[in-house]
Design a protein. Structure first.
Length: 599
């Protein structure tokens, strides 16, 4: 959906019948930016002159060179043209019927697009609602109909048209693609040898760099490059706050070139397309900041390769105080981290923050008195004081073999990147029973299920119960945008749903909300959150501390339900309960908690 950035002033003809001289338009149009202090008058004059001389879009030049935010540009356009400014949104929907008799190339050239019908009229997005030639063309395209004009940036109009056509047009990425050789030439070269991309190396390199930089700017956690057979365009998708969306599409002829470029950056074998490969990239942004990327390639249908790039933080570990534990959970985690021996596991799906949490725990106990070894695949976070080992299964350096080596290296604390198999689990149990504190991650749904999973692996229940200290399960929920968060009073049904999900008895004991009406929060949607209402993520936790009673149940292989009932009776808050507490704190919504937590 197109989103507005200023109050709407709609008209049936040109937004204003005032005639302004084209010579006066630039200065009058962008004068509010000078008044608001975004740039000086002489800078505006220079920028407009350069835009005119080089035939550039003045608004884009001002945003790129002087870092003027789009809302400020939009407000200036809305004030000058006396109509609503609309900014591009990925969810833009254009009614196909309006485009039946119009050429997309013509619309791109003239910078306008019909959006939707409104009663007996048509809404049109245009870059210059005062241009008489364009207005005449619009009236010819929709004779006898009322036209409601909105003003927009040329780049945004081009992106709307690109979405209609299923490909990106008019943004910096496509400017780079335009410099590549013709599709037929490139396809022929690629079929002959992978070295053929050297002719296009400059553009391909810049394309790959631009994709990574844009993903980082948008706060993406992953980049997915997805080539297709039958000469379909290659999709590039970003995952932001846990949700994927298509960022752009690359012509099919360049699919191998872009994949090969990423593989070169990750020091992978570009000639090997039949087997999955893993690698790592240290990437420096234009600002000088360095980020780390984890790369995984997988062979897919049509003799293609998919690439998944995970953006990692290169800023070192976070502090426990930053992980938004509840007060009691934070205290218990600190207590477990100070134990002299035993196993502490962090459970959850991929991308739920397990490694970040473990490194934060290690940072809290990382002192000169402790020798800490870690075995990771890959090493995502580095910190001084830890001796970190990158495992290499291809050469036999697995988690299990690395653990055996650790036991000969006089450790106090050991961290294993992932407990994947019985052999690794058995060595971890052995290490914990011989006086070492062991941390690890495991892919399970809840804290209680982690115990059952390890027993199903074949671990000895007596040794395992003696070694286990606790399991921390976690998820990440979408966070309500802090810029547009608003309080509201929920309905009776909403309150009842929360109480039932939390548990009536536990709710009454916790006195959540007291006897006053509950206040919940939601995001209205704004420019900062792309009008979604959510921005960023908030963790929810479930910490099960293994007591003597629970050890006895583990030794008898008790069912999951009994373990869960005992854990809750001993004070464990489930993921759902911790999530509901954060709903009441205004950090997220119950809908988001329910989407990731299990009951």
């Amino acid at each position: 959906m197109i989103r507005a950035m200023s109050p709407a002033l709609l008209s049936s003809g040109p937004p204003s019948e005032k005639t302004r001289s084209p010579r006066m338009r630039p200065s009058g149009l962008y004068e509010p930016l000078v008044r608001q202090g975004f740039l000086r008058q002489e800078e505006l004059t220079i920028a407009l002159s350069e835009a005119l001389r080089k035939r550039l879009d003045a608004a884009t030049l001002l945003m790129d060179r002087y870092r003027i935010p789009k809302p400020a540009i939009g407000a200036a356009l809305a004030e000058f043209y006396e109509c609503q400014f609309l900014a591009y949104d990925e969810q833009t929907i254009v009614e196909p019927e309006l485009l039946k008799n119009l050429s997309i190339d013509y619309l791109r050239t003239n910078h306008w697009v019909p959006l939707r019908r409104q009663g007996q009229g048509v809404e049109v997005l245009i870059d210059d609602p005062h241009n008489p030639d364009k207005l005449l063309d619009v009236r010819r395209a929709f004779p006898g109909q009322t036209v409601f004009y909105h003003v927009g940036l040329r780049a945004d109009i081009a992106r709307v048209l690109s979405d209609v056509c299923g490909r990106e047009v008019g943004d910096p990425i496509t400017d780079i693609l335009g410099e590549l050789v013709s599709e037929a030439q490139l396809e022929e070269q690629q079929n002959a040898t992978i070295a053929a991309i050297t002719e296009n190396d400059s553009a391909i390199v810049r394309l790959a760099n631009q994709i990574i930089a844009e993903a980082y700017r948008r706060g993406a956690s992953d980049i997915h490059i997805e080539p297709y057979a039958d000469r379909k365009e290659t999709a590039v998708r970003f995952r932001v706050d846990g949700t994927c969306f298509t960022y752009m599409k690359i012509p099919a002829a360049y699919r191998r070139a872009i994949v090969s470029r990423v593989k070169i950056m990750a020091s992978l074998d570009i000639a090997e397309r039949r087997k999955p490969q893993d690698g790592k990239i240290r990437f420096k942004l234009s600002t000088g900041q360095e980020i780390e990327l984890r790369v995984a390639t997988l062979p897919t249908a049509g003799f293609n390769e998919d690439v998944v790039i995970r953006l990692l933080s290169a800023n070192g570990p976070r502090r426990l105080e930053e992980l938004e534990f509840s007060r009691e959970t934070r205290r218990l985690v600190g207590t477990l981290a100070e134990k002299p021996h035993g196993i502490v596991l962090c459970a959850g799906p991929t991308g739920s923050g397990k490694t970040t949490t473990l490194h934060a725990i290690l940072a809290s106990i990382n002192t000169d008195e402790r020798k800490i070894w870690t075995a990771e695949d890959p090493i995502e976070i580095t910190q001084d004081g830890l001796r970190q080992v990158q495992v290499h299964p291809k050469i036999g350096l697995t988690f299990a073999t690395t653990m055996r080596a650790f036991l000969r290296a006089d450790p106090d604390v050991i961290m294993i990147g992932e407990m994947r198999d019985k052999e690794t689990a058995d060595i971890a149990i052995e290490a914990s029973l011989t006086g070492h504190l062991v941390f690890s991650t495991i892919h399970t749904n809840s804290a209680v299920e982690t115990v059952v999973r390890l027993l199903d692996m074949g671990c000895d229940p007596f040794n395992f119960s003696d070694a286990m200290l606790g399991v921390l399960a976690m998820r990440l929920c979408k966070r309500i945008c802090s810029h547009c968060r608003e309080a509201y009073e929920p309905t009776r049904d909403e309150c009842e749903e929360l109480i039932q999900a939390f548990g009536v008895g536990e709710w009454e004991r916790a006195h959540l909300g007291g006897h006053r009406p509950l206040t919940l929060y939601r995001g209205r949607g704004c420019e900062a959150c792309n009008h979604i209402g959510y921005r960023g993520r908030v963790p929810i936790h479930e910490l099960m501390v293994v007591s003597d009673h629970m050890k006895a149940l583990i030794q008898t292989r008790t069912r999951t339900g009994e373990l869960l009932a005992l854990a809750k009776s001993e004070g464990m808050k489930t993921l759902l309960q911790d999530g509901i507490e954060k709903v009441l704190q205004g950090l997220t919504t119950y809908k988001q908690v329910r989407a990731v937590a299990i009951k």
